[in-house]
Design a protein around this ligand. Structure first.
Ligand SMILES: [Zn+2]
Length: 319
């Protein structure tokens, strides 16, 4: 984990492997302090607190959760007394998608279901190398907002802007205009293959346009190294390219699995976990089939297919 100073008063810690669960946390070191996203497990959260502790005067007054996924909220319990701020949908969604006991069981019981779901075993084996989900209690946000929320930190305005659903229902970006910084959460994946669960291409592309229009000097992505505007434009090109290619395959009558094996990855093949392409192709297919943006995912099957696609392409099955 590495600490970055991204502006005069903004910092970030990055998990440099850039694999699944390797989320970034941010710090705005003003007005009592704001931490943005709290890591995937207690040991990573403690390490983040230690790194931010080298620049802050004490535990922060505020925590912001950019969305409901476990890798952004599972360290919340270590910020006792902080006001935790998030979009109104987040508490219910956290109970749905970020139940830590599910992850604990997944890591412990993967061998048992590995025969039926090799993808589940593969992701569990990868996660075990870095993560231990024991001891996590779900701590829900205490302050909820709808479209926008503004914090005033010693005269520096911090705007929370609801942009969902792009990657998840609760997607929120955090804009600090005076510092030229946007903390993007998982609407930006940098140098790794993005994926979305609830949401639409249209919303996601609109959100990337919004980020570009804010002209930040630095974007802190939810996953991957710090970037400038190119992080948003590159992701936009990827999403447009995958949606277009998926449309071509859909018209030819290919399944989303067949399409994911065939679509030319181009330069995106160098991003981490390129076979996660499947999730983006399938999402485009759902839209072509006019399915709702919150249609449930069979995650175990999706992980299996990612492994199958990686094998067909002769690349490592990574998440
Ligand atoms: Zn994430």
């Amino acid at each position: 984990m590495k600490l970055h100073q991204v502006s005069e008063n903004c910092f970030a810690v990055e998990n440099e492997k850039n694999r699944v669960c390797d989320a970034t946390s941010g710090l705005i070191n003003l007005g009592g302090g704001v931490v943005i996203d709290t890591q995937s497990d207690l040991s990573h959260a403690r390490q983040m607190i230690k790194l931010f502790g080298t620049v802050w005067p004490g535990m922060p007054k505020y925590v912001i959760n950019t969305h409901e996924d476990g890798d952004h909220v599972w360290g919340n319990q270590l910020f006792e007394g902080a006001e935790i701020i998030a979009h109104r949908t987040i508490p219910d969604r956290m109970k749905e998608v970020a139940d830590p006991t599910e992850m604990q069981h997944l890591l412990k019981g993967a061998e048992k279901i590995g025969a039926i779901h090799p993808g589940v075993l593969a992701i569990a084996q990868q996660l075990r190398q870095d993560y231990d989900f024991d001891g996590i209690n779900l701590v829900l946000p205490t302050t909820l907002f709808d479209e926008r929320y503004t914090l005033d930190l010693d005269g520096t305005k911090v705007h929370l802007i609801y942009v969902g659903a792009c990657h998840q229902l609760g997607d929120t970006i955090v804009h600090v205009p005076k510092e030229g910084v946007v903390f993007a959460g998982d609407v930006i994946f940098n140098e790794c293959t993005p994926n979305g669960w609830i949401g639409t291409y249209e919303k996601w592309l609109k959100c990337l346009d919004l980020i570009i229009s804010l002209k930040p000097k630095v974007i802190v992505p939810g996953h991957g190294p710090m970037c400038g505007l190119e992080g948003a434009t590159e992701l936009k090109s990827y999403l447009e390219y995958v949606r277009e290619e998926s449309g071509r395959c859909f018209k030819k009558g290919l399944t989303s699995l067949e399409a994911s094996k065939q679509i030319d990855l181009k330069k995106y093949g160098t991003w981490h976990a390129p076979a996660r392409l499947y999730l983006n192709v399938e999402r485009a297919y759902r839209e072509f089939r006019k399915e709702p943006a919150d249609a449930p995912w069979d995650k175990a099957k999706s992980f299996d297919l990612i492994c199958e696609i990686a094998k067909a392409r002769g690349i490592a099955a990574e998440f």
